[in-house]
Design a protein around this ligand. Structure first.
Ligand code: ADP
Ligand code: GLC
Length: 492
C-alpha cells in the first residue's frame, strides 16, 4: 500500500511530545512490512538544519497566487523513511516551538500555516505535485492534519483516510474570520462538518471526514465517547463508534533499551538487574541529590500541564519529602505556575527534590534508568509513552488508571505473595482509580512499602521488563484498520 503519513512532528527532526515518537516508529514498522511510506512534515528551521545533514533535495514547487511553496525530500535520520518537508516562510522563517511563541501563546497565523500544510499534503497524496507517487491511504494525526483530511474527502478519486487522535484536548479552534479568510466551502460551516460552537475546528476535519478514526489506546477510545473525557466531541465520537478503535502505541525498542542505552552509566538487563543501582547513584550525583542506594528514588518527566496531574503531585508529595521517605527527580517544562510551585517545593526540600526545567533527552534516559519508581498521575492520558519506557527499564510506574495507563500498568488488589496474581496481566506497577491526592498518597504508600520488600519488588520489575512493547503488533492492527478504511471508502 502507498501510505502518506501526515504529522506536525517526528523524532529526531522535531519533537514536543509523544506524537513525534509515534511518527518516527510507526512509519518504520510499516516500511518493514513492505508498504511504501512517505511522511509529510512542516519544514521548521530545526528540521531543515537536521535534514541537511542527511541530505536534502528539492522535490516539488507549488504556486498559489503570490504564495510559493517548496517541498523538499529527505530521510528520517537513522532510517530509510522518506520525508517530504513543506517549506513556506510561516514554517521555515520562525524558530522556537512549532505551535506557540515564547510566551506560550498560539502563533496567530496557525490557521493559515496548517491550512496550507493540508493543501500541500493533499496535492502530494493525489499525485498532483509533479511527483510520481500517489497515496492509496492517508494517515493524519491530530488537528494539524485535519485540513488535509477534509480537503481530500472532497476528491472524487481519493485515497482512503485514517485519522488518529493523540490528544483530544487540542482542537485547533479559530474564529469565523479564519474560515472566511481561507475561503473554505460554505457547507463546512456546519456542526456536522467543521464548525464547533461558532468556531472553526480543524480536528473535526479528521473526526468527521476520515473513513476510520483511531486513538492510541482502547481505554481512551471508550473514554472519549463520554462527556467526562470527550472535550465536547463525545457526541460525534459516539455516533462514529463503528469506525473508532484504539491501538496502543509501541516504543522504539532500540532507542529505549537499557541493555544498550548510551546515556546510561551502566547498561543492564533482566539478567543483571542488580546493576541498575549504578545508574541511580550516577543520577543522584548528576542532579545534586545526596547519593543513597536505599532511599527510594522517584521520577517524573513530562510537559508541566494540567493533563499530567501536576496538581495531584503538588498536593500529595510534600509530606513524603518532609518525612525524608524518598527522593524525587523532576524533568519538564510547561506552564509558568507549575514552574513556580515546583521551584518553591525544591527550595523547601533541596535534599529530597531535584528539579530540571527544560527539555533534555539524555537526562530523560538517565531518569528512566536511574529511578526506582516513575510517577504518572495524569488526569487523562491517551496512551503515554513514559510508562512504557519505565516498564522496559525495570522502573515501576505508578499511574492514575486512565487511558493508555489503564491498559498497560497492572496492580491486582488481591495479590499473591509473589505479586503474580493474574496470569495474563502480572503486576508490573502501581495504580490508583480516583483522580485525588489521597488516592495518589495511598498508592505511593503501597509502593514504598513494597520497595522495602526487595524480593517482591524485584519480581514486579521482572514482570515489567518481560512485556512486549514493540511496534510489530500495533503495526499489524493499523494494517487492519487501513483495510477497513479502504472498504468504507469504496462503499461511498
Ligand atoms: P505527551 O505526548 O502527552 O507529552 P507522552 O508520554 O506520550 O506524553 O510522550 C512524551 C514524550 O516526550 C516522551 O518521550 C518523554 O520522554 C518526552 N519528554 C517530555 N518532556 C520532556 C523533557 N522535559 N525532556 C525530555 N523528554 C521529554
Ligand atoms: C499525546 C498524548 C499521549 C500519547 C502521545 C502519542 O500527546 O498526550 O498520551 O502517548 O500523544 O500518541
Amino acid at each position: 500500500m502507498n501510505i502518506l503519513f501526515v504529522t506536525s512532528e517526528a523524532y529526531p527532526l522535531i519533537k514536543t511530545g509523544g506524537l513525534a515518537d509515534v511518527a518516527a516508529s510507526l512509519p518504520r514498522a510499516l516500511l518493514k512490512r513492505d508498504h511504501s511510506v512517505r511522511l509529510v512534515l512542516p519544514a521548521y528551521p530545526r528540521v531543515l538544519e537536521a535534514a541537511r545533514k542527511v541530505g536534502l533535495k528539492p522535490l516539488a514547487s507549488l504556486t498559489y497566487g503570490e504564495r510559493n511553496i517548496t517541498v523538499w525530500q529527505t530521510r528520517l535520520p537513522g532510517t530509510r523513511v522518506t520525508v517530504w518537508l513543506v517549506d513556506m516562510p510561516e514554517f521555515s522563517n520562525r524558530g522556537g516551538n512549532p505551535y506557540v511563541d515564547d510566551q506560550g501563546l498560539d502563533w496567530p497565523d496557525n490557521h493559515r500555516r496548517f491550512y496550507w500544510f493540508g493543501v500541500v499534503a493533499a496535492e502530494l497524496a493525489m499525485g498532483r505535485a509533479g511527483v510520481d507517487w500517489r497515496a492509496d491511504l492517508v494517515h493524519g494525526n491530530d488537528w494539524q492534519s485535519g485540513m488535509a483530511m477534509a480537503l481530500l474527502a472532497q476528491e472524487p478519486k481519493r485515497p482512503a483516510l485514517v485519522f488518529t487522535i493523540h490528544n483530544l484536548a487540542y482542537h485547533g479552534l479559530f474564529p469565523y474570520s479564519a474560515f472566511a479568510e481561507l475561503s473554505l466551502p460554505e457547507h463546512w460551516w456546519h456542526p456536522e462538518a467543521m464548525e464547533f460552537y461558532d468556531q472553526l475546528s480543524f480536528i473535526k476535519g479528521g473526526l468527521v471526514f476520515a473513513d476510520q478514526i483511531t486513538t492510541v489506546s482502547p481505554s481512551y477510545a471508550r473514554e472519549i465517547q463520554t462527556p467526562e473525557f470527550g472535550c465536547g466531541l463525545d457526541g460525534l465520537l459516539f455516533a462514529r463508534q463503528a469506525q473508532l478503535s484504539g491501538i496502543l502505541n509501541g516504543i522504539d525498542t532500540q532507542e529505549w533499551n537499557p541493555g544498550r542505552d548510551p546515556h546510561l552509566t551502566q547498561n543492564y538487563s533482566r539478567r543483571n538487574l542488580k546493576q541498575k543501582v549504578v545508574n541511580k547513584l550516577a543520577l543522584q550525583e548528576r542532579v545534586g541529590l545526596p547519593p543513597s542506594e536505599e532511599t527510594p528514588l522517584l521520577g517524573f518527566i513530562g510537559r508541566l500541564v494540567e493533563q499530567k496531574g501536576v496538581d495531584l503531585m503538588l498536593s500529595a508529595l510534600p509530606e513524603f519529602l518532609k518525612r525524608g521517605e524518598c527522593q524525587f527527580v523532576i524533568l519538564g517544562s510547561g506552564q509558568a505556575q507549575y514552574h513556580t510551585a515546583l521551584k518553591e517545593l525544591q527550595a523547601l526540600y533541596p535534599e529530597q527534590l531535584a528539579l530540571t526545567l527544560g527539555y533534555d533527552e539524555g537526562l530523560a534516559h538517565q531518569i528512566e534508568g536511574g529511578v526506582d519508581l516513575f510517577l504518572m498521575p495524569s488526569l487523562f492520558e491517551p496512551c503515554g509513552l513514559n510508562q512504557l519506557y519505565s516498564l522496559r527499564y525495570g522502573t515501576l510506574p505508578l499511574v492514575h488508571a486512565v487511558g493508555g495507563l489503564n491498559d498497560t500498568v497492572f496492580e491486582s488488589s488481591d495479590q499473591t505473595e509473589d505479586g503474580t496474581a493474574a496470569e495474563s496481566t502480572p503486576d508490573n506497577g502501581f495504580r490508583f482509580e480516583a483522580p485525588t491526592a489521597s488516592a495518589l498518597r495511598d498508592a505511593l504508600t503501597r509502593a514504598l512499602a513494597l520497595y522495602h520488600q526487595p524480593d517482591r519488588w524485584r519480581q514486579r520489575q521482572l514482570n515489567a521488563m518481560k512485556g512486549d512493547y514493540s511496534w510489530e503488533k500495533s503495526a499489524q492492527e493499523y494494517e487492519r484498520v487501513y483495510e477497513q478504511a479502504l472498504q468504507v471508502r469504496d462503499q461511498h
